[in-house]
Design a protein around this ligand. Structure first.
Ligand code: 13P
Length: 335
């Protein structure tokens, strides 16, 4: 597996010194659901205004090393006429792009999904690199239910993640590899730990076979938690210990950074979990940081409400939460 100096540098810069990632790559349909749930109209201009509010938050680059965009946003200009992507680059934030085209039912595997988007991916990556993206994201999902996920589903998604990652590196983009074991369900923490371990092992087996450079990628996993409908919710310390155990067992030390998704966790809990993971003793060869969507944005979107006069207050809220998550990425969050 060759190392790739440019990619290594980019991967390390994204997670340097208490920095993490803002996942702002919701598809038009997902962001529309989140906006309309707060009675905010979803138009291409309101989505631009919302993302511009986040990206232009004063001093946010101290906490945010990279932002994941999606296809609409990477082509949009700010209210002052510069591309939103340039707004990020000008502040020292590395722009990335979501490139999977969503999850679709997996043939022969009832109730399970495979992330698609490999067809034509090389040309799309080439264009995104040209537009200025320097990393990419591909998200696969796994459901825990009686007998699920199946080995077939794990293998299909792990294989696609590896093909995506290899194509990204060929095109000079750092791949974020995101295998997400969903929190929906009544499963116990132990089941999540078992499934997360199996998924991570399969993903790294496929990455090895595809000759992906581990130094030039980032892993974006779920934390190991009990299912949302499980009667016994695990403590913060239990989540931290089970999460670190799964990573230690299945993630090679050559990977420079592990950036967790928030997956529907409450914003404060997502901060507390990340802090507890970083505060644990024992070997932690990777940066352990965040790539949160909802946990970074929900409070700010609530304050913004689509109103121009609310921009400074929403930015203060976003700055506060990103600052908490940055401290947690260093194990220094204190509530
Ligand atoms: P959440 O943190 O809201 O899970 O989003 C992260 C993400 O990018 C999911 O693909």
């Amino acid at each position: 597996m060759p190392t790739m100096p440019g990619l290594d540098q980019t991967a390390r810069a994204i997670v340097a010194d208490g920095k993490g990632i803002l996942a702002a790559d919701e598809t038009v349909s997902t962001i529309t659901k989140r906006l309309t749930a707060r009675a905010i109209e979803s138009t291409s201009d309101s989505r631009r205004a919302y993302r511009e509010m986040l990206f232009s938050t004063p001093d946010i680059a101290a906490f945010i090393g990279g932002v994941i965009l999606q296809d609409e946003t990477i082509r949009q200009d700010s209210s002052t006429g510069i591309p939103l992507l340039e707004l990020l680059v000008g502040r020292g934030i590395i722009p990335g792009i979501k490139v999977d085209t969503g999850v679709h039912p997996l043939a022969g595997a009832p109730g399970e999904f495979v992330a698609e988007g490999l067809d034509g991916l090389r040309a799309r990556l080439e264009e995104y690199h040209e537009l200025g993206a320097r990393f990419a994201k591909w998200r696969a999902v796994f459901i825990i239910r009686d007998g699920l996920p199946t080995a077939k589903c794990i293998h299909a998604n792990a294989h696609a993640l590896a093909r995506y990652a290899a194509l990204c590196q060929e095109q000079g983009l750092v791949p974020i590899v995101e295998p997400e074991v969903l929190m929906e369900g009544a499963h116990a923490l132990e089941q999540c730990e078992d499934v997360t371990g199996r998924v991570l092992q399969a993903v790294f087996n496929e990455l090895f076979d595809a000759q992906v450079s581990l130094e030039g990628m980032l892993l974006k996993p779920n934390m190991v938690t009990a299912g949302l409908r499980c009667a016994r919710q695990a403590s913060v310390d239990e989540v931290a210990e089970a999460t670190l155990r799964a990573l230690t067992r299945h993630v090679p030390p050559a990977v420079p950074g592990v950036v967790f998704l928030s997956g529907g966790q409450d914003a404060v809990l997502a901060t507390e979990h990340l802090n507890a993971i970083n505060a644990l003793g024992g070997p932690k060869p990777w940066k352990l940081s965040f790539s949160y969507g909802r946990a970074l944005q929900d409070e700010a979107m609530e304050v913004w409400r689509g109103q121009r006069e609310q921009v400074p207050a929403a930015q203060r809220m976003f700055h506060h939460r990103a600052g908490c998550d940055s401290a947690a990425a260093l194990g220094r969050y204190s509530g």
